[in-house]
Write a protein that binds this ligand. Structure first.
Ligand SMILES: Cc1ncc(C[n+]2csc(CCOP(=O)(O)OP(=O)(O)O)c2C)c(N)n1
Ligand SMILES: CC(=O)[C@@H](O)[C@H](O)COP(=O)(O)O
Ligand SMILES: [Mg+2]
Length: 644
């Protein structure tokens, strides 16, 4: 018996245009098949499950009513797009999601004309859709043509400032634009904030009753199909209203709440909007994250992200862990520091579990702040608390900190405020691919005057870096660490503050020094083993700091060795560039030092296992060994000997 669900209707769909031949009841049945196919696919790939399950009906209805790829359907974040991928010609490859050479876990322009705009970071969809609408109205051209622009944005994503910037601009422009607010009352964690509470009030309790009575207003905006026939649609839409909402004030026609799992209701609303809208419209759809798969519906995160799993039981197939994760080491260390210092507070931008701050929140609920998807605000909020005498730790993934960069420069660095940045997911992260790679933080932080920038070589080092940041009261600091497990090193009871700008030598050798910044250190040590077998004994050092540099150590390594190689899990312009600047300033190159920098290549590396991605980046132990041989000119000699 096949472990794939029977999908007779879905089997008739090779592109969205095929949906036009389906009757409305068939579309409802198609949605159940699409849900089963999504569950089956994610059970073998792992990935973002709950969000996609929540938009299955919406996905079918949108593709049935609109004409993609001419109409531009833009999924915010893109983590809910698996059902969309299945309907848009990628069903054959859906079981390759998030793996090397497979489909991306997000929307991606290079992958399909049905993904008109790539995403993975949140809250960009309304801006992008408004861009398409403007291009359409001003004679732009693009693959597939230009029709309607439709943004689907979640209740979590709409908490970000960027979404409001877009709504503000779109309401002012008045162009025809369709925004679907997919409100499942969930972000990754339960949503937070006044906006989330406001959205809930729009369909719960007294305000909902008021809106019901205002439902008459809808017929003015959307006369078809209310005035003739379509009695069912009229009944369905009785509880739907326009007027009186924040969105109306911003210049949108607000339609909602709509049951996002009721195909008839969705089709009625979308067909009407398609036929009648002449300005910006916001459709408020109420959905359930994880809908239709009991283990996801029951899960605390509603099945937001999952490992591979057994479809029948929902049991996830997680590989056993050999060492604690860097994230949990960070979280526990921060709790320990906060127990000793009542001024320590922590900030997360909608990632309490991902950053480990859920642990901190349990222990110190009043000292932990989840600000929603709002990295810019998180940084400046932390800066304000630092100015007010608290000791804020801002825990943000490297990739998401990019969004708060001006705030880091303007609000933190220039004012020299002691905000501590705990930068998780440094380096290549695996299945989430290039959008989530932590590639640039060292480059963009180590260039800021006054910043202290550290990288943990292992989990014990991370414990010390948390203590170092806690003790550092006179300037901003950051410490970075990778996704995943540590290397199982012995852990200190409590961190000891490190001397600022002081690295450490791991092994003394000769001829060549390898200076590692961060978690490539184990790879350097593995390369050393291979080099020892060739009669080369490299010095291995852990820089710990990219700023301030350990000048003394670096200059000694440069002067006492024929070659110096730096390595870091980041893009060019980071640690290696800082070292190069020092060596140039000190005239060390004039003396003939052979210097090499190992950094991420100047390309975005597609998703794969982290090890495969680092192999693609030529940053594994054999690559380090090869770099040493090349710098010393040994490889060529070996090859000649081989020939002889
Ligand atoms: C700028 C940014 N910050 C954080 C994230 C991590 N993130 C991905 S999905 C998500 C929750 C999104 O919630 P919502 O928009 O309501 O979508 P849902 O998953 O509920 O469908 C978060 C915080 C991100 N992708 N981008
Ligand atoms: C969609 C998104 O941005 C997050 O769900 C992200 O995939 C989480 O990554 P981690 O698994 O590294 O926490
Ligand atoms: Mg949500």
């Amino acid at each position: 018996m096949s472990d794939r669900p029977a999908t007779p209707l879905l089997d008739r769909v090779s592109e969205p245009a095929d949906l036009k031949a389906f009757t409305d009841p068939e579309l409802t049945r198609l949605a159940s098949e699409l849900r089963a196919e999504t569950i089956s696919a994610v059970s073998v790939t792992g990935g973002h499950l709950g969000a996609g399950l929540g938009v299955v009906e919406l996905t079918v209805a949108l593709h049935a009513v609109f004409d993609t790829p001419r109409d531009k359907l833009i999924w915010d974040v893109g983590h809910q797009c698996y059902p969309h991928k299945i309907l848009t010609g990628r069903r054959e490859r859906i079981r390759t999601l998030r793996s090397g050479g497979g489909l991306s876990g997000f929307t991606k322009r290079a992958e399909s004309v049905y993904d008109p705009f790539g995403a993975a970071h949140s809250s960009t969809s309304i801006s992008a859709a408004l861009g398409f609408a403007t291009a359409r109205d001003l004679g732009g051209t693009c693959e597939g043509g230009l029709g309607d622009a439709i943004a689907v944005i979640g209740d979590g994503a709409i908490s970000a400032g960027m979404a409001y910037e877009a709504l503000n601009n779109a309401g002012h422009m008045g162009r025809r634009l369709i925004v679907i607010l997919n409100d499942n009352e969930m972000s990754i964690a339960p949503p937070v904030g006044a906006m989330s509470a406001y959205l809930s009030r729009l369909y719960a309790g007294a305000p909902f009753q008021e809106m019901k009575s205002a439902a008459k207003g809808l017929t003015q905006l959307l006369p078809f199909p209310f005035q003739e026939g379509a009695r069912r649609a009229k009944e369905l839409l009785k509880s739907v209203t326009v007027g009186g909402t924040l969105f109306e004030e911003l210049g949108f026609s607000y339609i909602g709440p709509v049951d996002g799992h009721d195909m008839e209701q969705l089709l009625a609303v979308l067909r009407t909007v398609k036929a009648r809208a002449d300005g910006p419209v916001l459709i408020h759809a109420i959905t359930q994250k994880g809908k239709g798969y009991a283990p996801a519906e029951r899960a605390r995160d509603r099945g937001h992200a999952t490992a591979k799993f057994d479809v029948l039981t929902g049991e996830q197939k997680k590989s056993p862990s050999n060492a604690p994760s860097f994230t949990s080491v960070f979280a526990k260390s921060l709790v320990r520091e906060a127990e000793a210092d009542g001024k320590i507070v922590a900030v997360t931008a909608a990632m309490p579990d991902g950053t480990g701050l859920n642990l901190f929140a349990e222990r110190f609920p009043r000292r932990c702040f989840d600000v929603g998807i709002a990295e810019q605000h998180a940084v400046t909020f932390a800066a304000g608390m630092a100015a007010g005498g608290l000791k804020p730790f801002c825990a943000i993934y490297s990739t998401f900190l990019q969004r708060g960069y001006d705030q880091v420069v303007h609000d933190v660095a220039i004012q020299r405020l002691p905000v501590r940045f705990a930068i998780d997911r440094a380096g290549l992260v695996g299945a989430d691919g290039p959008t989530h790679a932590g590639a640039f933080d060292v480059a963009f932080l180590a260039n800021l005057p006054g910043f202290v920038v550290m990288a943990a070589a292992d989990e014990a080092e991370l414990v010390h870096m948390v203590a170092t940041a806690a003790a550092l009261d006179d300037r901003p600091s950051a410490f970075r660490f990778p996704r995943g497990e540590g290397s199982g090193v012995e852990m200190p009871e409590r961190g000891q503050p490190l001397e600022i700008g002081r690295g450490r030598v791991i092994t003394e050798g000769s001829r060549v020094a390898i200076l590692s910044f961060g978690a490539r250190l184990p790879e350097c040590l593995a390369a050393r083993e291979a080099l020892l077998a060739r009669g080369i004994s490299p010095t291995i050092a852990d820089a710990r700091f990219a700023k301030p540099l350990d000048r003394e150590l670096i200059l000694r390594l440069a002067r006492e060795h024929e070659a110096l190689i730096t390595i870091e899990e980041g893009a060019a312009g980071g640690f290696g560039a800082q070292v190069a600047q020092l060596l140039a300033d000190e005239g060390v190159f004039d003396a003939g030092l052979k210097f090499r920098m190992m950094v991420l290549p100047d390309t975005f590396i597609d998703q794969d296992s982290p090890a495969a991605m680092y192999a693609a980046a030529a940053m594994q132990a054999p690559d380090i060994e090869a770099k040493v041989l090349e710098a010393l000119g040994v490889a060529r000699i070996t090859a000649r000997r081989g020939l002889a």
